[in-house]
Design a protein around this ligand. Structure first.
Ligand code: GDP
Ligand code: GDP
Length: 437
């Protein structure tokens, strides 16, 4: 299910990124097992009181062509209002209430979104009283915190998580494949949606998903039911969104959360750029089944090697996603379009595949026999037992005598052996090493 979004808003230097890093910090420590594919730390995940959420540091979102700070902060606030379920409005006890704070407060106030005021830099008892000045902002009790000392953050999260909306029921049956299309503006996502649905069908029959402001489009093909996630978001364009490319990442993040299969749409005419990598990285990190769709294949000048060359480029650029199949097509001419849904079905199956424990242990035992586990100061890693603990994505726990000896490259080796035996095409596979002697 989609995680709710908490956004941190405030003028520069109040300590947004410091707090953001503290909130996602614990979480990062927990998931240390996976390779860091996203260096872009504007979006992270956190968990508090059993609620998982996405958190956005809007201060890191550059609004293109906007060097004036006030305008930039204003736009960030608007983005937060658009995307977030709860807003943490951060101010600074050291500098006190400023005009810019009041301006932001004004924008937030009109939005009627739940807002928690965090007064940062309350580093000592002396400053505790400074918090009261911010009552005047009109969002209830401000919470004093210190990014430097890490104090008050629990109270802040209590307040923010307490205002999150109730968890929504998943509106779709188990056998419906939820497909999200992500990619930069203009790669052809909406065209691909229309092509999949059949051109004659204008998307007016959208059904509103239960998730606020997301519109999902169900359809059926050859007895398989699908739903295209958030087809509204793709068509929703405004001034703010056009002015910031990062907006599409924020929207994509939400769609990814709700999907089983993510189509990472790339413009075949233009090739791959950095932003494509970020977006793909989120799908990978979220553990979704992934397919690269190279669109606009109709206008690419081709010979018999073009497809192979493009494939190689994708493999080089998305090193951590070699499992994802690549489909070349044209949404406009519908050339090769028929190839897409069978691949969607396949990766969705692989994503939900469960391998019996004895089969898994046989494969790992063979792998260990060929290439023994690493040692450290004379102590050798011993793998006692391997079992798949969940699906979507397949998640495998390796029980060992001493997890600290496990090495990333050895995990990688085991993953490759597991893939060689069971396929898992199109899906990330998560491996965790735990102690059990
Ligand atoms: P942002 O621009 O809002 O993201 O702010 P930053 O997180 O980059 O912080 C701005 C400055 O404030 C940095 O120099 C931080 O080290 C400092 N800072 C952050 N939190 C605290 C705090 O709790 N107390 C003090 N004294 N300084 C802080
Ligand atoms: P989105 O922003 O990703 O939803 O992209 P759109 O679907 O709006 O498409 C952007 C532009 O690319 C439009 O002018 C489309 O007509 C064009 N386009 C989309 N798919 C194709 C394709 O397969 N081939 C060609 N030549 N143009 C395409």
């Amino acid at each position: 299910m989609a995680r709710p979004v908490i956004a941190i808003v405030g003028r520069p230097n109040v300590g947004k990124s410091t707090i953001f890093n503290r909130i996602i910090g614990d979480r990062l420590a927990i998931v240390e097992d996976k390779p860091g594919v996203t260096r872009d730390r504007l979006y992270g995940t956190g968990e508090w009181n059993g609620r998982a959420f996405n958190i956005v540091d809007t201060g890191g979102i550059e609004i293109e062509g906007e060097d004036e700070i006030m305008k930039s902060v204003r736009m960030q606030a608007e983005l937060a209002i658009e995307e977030a379920d709860v807003i943490i409005f951060m101010v600074d006890a050291k500098s006190g209430l400023t005009l810019a704070d009041e301006e932001v407060a004004h924008i937030l106030f009109r939005s009627h979104k739940p807002v928690v005021v965090a007064v940062n830099k309350v580093d000592n008892q002396g400053r505790a009283d400074d918090v009261y000045e911010f009552y005047g902002l009109g969002f209830g009790e401000p919470i004093g915190i210190s990014g430097s000392h890490g104090t008050g953050i629990g109270d802040l999260l209590d307040a923010a998580v307490g205002k999150l909306p109730e968890i929504e029921e998943d509106p779709y049956d188990e056998d419906v494949i939820r497909v999200a299309l992500i990619g930069r503006p203009n790669v052809g996502k909406s065209s691909l949606v229309n092509a999949l649905l059949g051109e004659e069908r204008v998307i007016v029959s959208d059904v509103a998903g239960t998730t606020r402001d997301a519109i999902d489009t169900p359809f059926e093909r050859d007895g398989q039911r699908y739903v295209l996630i958030d087809t509204a978001g793709m068509r929703k364009r405004g001034k703010v969104y056009e002015s910031t490319e990062k907006y599409s990442v924020m929207r994509a993040l939400k769609a990814i959360e709700r999907a089983d299969v993510v189509l990472i749409v790339i413009n075949g005419e233009e090739g791959i750029i950095e932003q494509d990598k970020h977006i793909a990285g989120y799908a990978h990190e979220a553990g979704r089944a992934c397919i690269f769709v190279v669109n606009k294949w109709d206008v690419v000048e081709k010979d018999d090697k073009t497809m192979q060359q493009f494939t190689q480029k994708i493999r080089e650029q998305f090193l951590f996603m070699t499992y994802a199949p690549i489909v070349f097509l044209s949404a406009r001419t519908k050339q090769r379009l028929h190839k897409l849904l069978p691949v969607v079905n396949h990766v969705s199956e692989q994503h939900a595949m469960r391998i019996q424990t004895h089969l898994l242990n046989d494969v790992v035992a063979d792998a260990v026999a060929i290439n023994p586990p690493p040692t450290d100061k004379g102590k050798r890693l011993r793998i006692n037992y391997v079992t798949q603990v969940s699906v979507r994505p397949p998640t495998i726990v390796i029980f060992v005598n001493a997890p600290e000896i496990m090495h990333f490259s050895y995990e990688r080796y085991l993953e490759n052996k597991i893939r060689a035996a069971f396929d898992f095409e199109g899906t990330p596979v998560r491996l965790f090493t735990r102690r059990k002697s």
